[in-house]
Design a protein around this ligand. Sequence first.
Ligand code: 3PG
Length: 215
Amino acid sequence: MASGDVATELTRHLIVPVVVLDNPDAAAPLARALQAGGLPVAEITLRTPAGLSAIRQIASTPGLLVGAGSVLSVEQVDAAAAAGARFAVSPGLSRSVVERCREVGMVALPGAVTATEVQVALELGLDTLKFFPASIAGGPAAIKALGGPFGQVKFVPTGGIGPANLGAYLALPNVAAVGGSWMVPRDAIRDGDWGRITELTADAVAAAQAAGKDN
Ligand code: 3PG
């Protein structure tokens, strides 16, 4: 899949599940639970030691789009790419991380919440950005306001999003998808409660589709 296709695929699903794994062996059943709920995407964060190994275990799962989250350094870009990640999400904007993603053929989805950050991201050739932490950084009103001068930019707000407010974000024309962890609770992963994850995922997919977004 070319990187442009990965970006399209990423936003087509409207939701990017943000996964924190404590045990890499949970990766495969978790991926199956997400797929069963209708969301064949997983952003596996590198904030736990299990993250890279988890990516490696599920990167070749047919029909599943796997990326790395919490990517903070060039070294992590390299490690994520070697593990098979197709995209790299960062909480903030780092020129070196974005440029390395391009070199290794991974889609970069860095965070940007101020006009200055968005402008720098544009200079780096990006047009789809994470907006983190969405609920603290001004929520839907801030994203709407950024849409004035930055009409060409799409955002993936993440942080503090759940069933009660995802519709307000997805209703905005400059929101491509939302990210969040509400459908993959850490305790459910730890307890192997895959049925709960599938149920939460199916509910999330239904809520996103009801928001009437057509990416
Ligand atoms: C994160 O970095 O943990 C993500 O932004 C997810 O945020 P959430 O747990 O509020 O959905």
